[in-house]
Design a protein around this ligand. Sequence first.
Ligand SMILES: Nc1nc2c(ncn2[C@@H]2O[C@H](COP(=O)(O)OP(=O)(O)OP(=O)(O)O)[C@@H](O)[C@H]2O)c(=O)[nH]1
Ligand SMILES: [Mg+2]
Ligand SMILES: [Zn+2]
Length: 370
Amino acid sequence: MVNPVADLPALQALGWNADDQLQLEAWRDLRVASDPDEADSDSCLARVIAVERTGLTVAPYLNAPDGHVPVSGRWFRGDEETRPTIGDWVVIDAQTGMLLDMLPRRSVIKRVNPLGALQLIAANVDAALIVTSCNADFSLERLERYLSVVLEANITPVLVLTKIDLAEDPSVFIEALSQRFPEIAQVSVDALSEGAVAALASWCTQGQTIALLGSSGVGKSTLVNALSGAAVQLTAAIREEDGKGRHTTTNRSLHRLPQGGVILDSPGMRELQLAEAEEGIEELFADLEALAATCRFNDCSHASEPGCAVRAAIDSAELDEERLRHYQSLKAEESRNRETLAARHARHRAFGKKTRAAARAKQQSKDPDQ
Ligand SMILES: Nc1nc2c(ncn2[C@@H]2O[C@H](COP(=O)(O)OP(=O)(O)OP(=O)(O)O)[C@@H](O)[C@H]2O)c(=O)[nH]1
Ligand SMILES: [Mg+2]
Ligand SMILES: [Zn+2]
């Protein structure tokens, strides 16, 4: 049975915390209930630090020197949500080094990828640094997307504004953020300066897993390097012509920080299409939701209905009309994507059933006694 006490310092160096311990206990209760022999098995815990086509890289490195854990087909056949992703805690057979199981996640960041499929970005994250810079990347609408996804996952969001040294007047950006997102923690930095480390230190302590999210070129890897005190990630100048990044980082990776936490660097995203984020949107627009609840009609579209509290708030300049538009379009996108994903999922399952039935039929025709 997994006994994390023996490995505790190694696990803690990878971000293991009290919440992970609770997840382990929940998993253990389930396993022992379904298979009492499990209590005697020889297995250990590790964290997924990279995902490859043929398997996973985990740490601590166990008996495989490079930490590579081959993964049997069963893990890759299933739904995206049941496959291990970066940040997952997995149970490994101490003898064979094979993947046995995965602990239930305490948080997961997901999106719909450009091909329209669900993609997990990271699991078991405590704080997400949503990075934007004082240039053309800056978009309140984009930040609302990231915030909806992060709040949905019960992860603490932190808005990080970089390149304040390059802006003529950074206070314009800083104020726009605090005005639009008064409840969300916010820091503004020159990511190349010493000050960046101090500004982010409180989120990077022992037991914390931090994920960096944002477009290409905003300075995510620069922040990893600043916090690490070493050039662990490649960075590159953005394009002169349009200020866009060059997609320098191409793989997700997890790094230990001298402050005790671990940080996930990820490739800049061209767009963050919402997967499941209904509650995240509702949390981000809680004031609007509360207003809408006082409209005369339950199904008020806040267009021209009588007794519309949202319209009244816009008319009295209490509410910015742009926020209503963003809210409505995020809600519509979210429900559209949810329906598409559900349909995809159903097709996928039906296809799996059909191929299994065909394989069985083939087997039976070979073996007439069956
Ligand atoms: N002056 C200044 N330059 C910065 C700052 N942050 C990042 N940069 C520069 O911006 C460029 C892009 O930074 P990266 O860290 O590579 O950006 P990234 O977000 O990791 O980009 P991808 O890996 O493509 O997603 C580099 O040339 C950095 O040196 C900042 O706060 N001030
Ligand atoms: Mg990068
Ligand atoms: Zn209304």
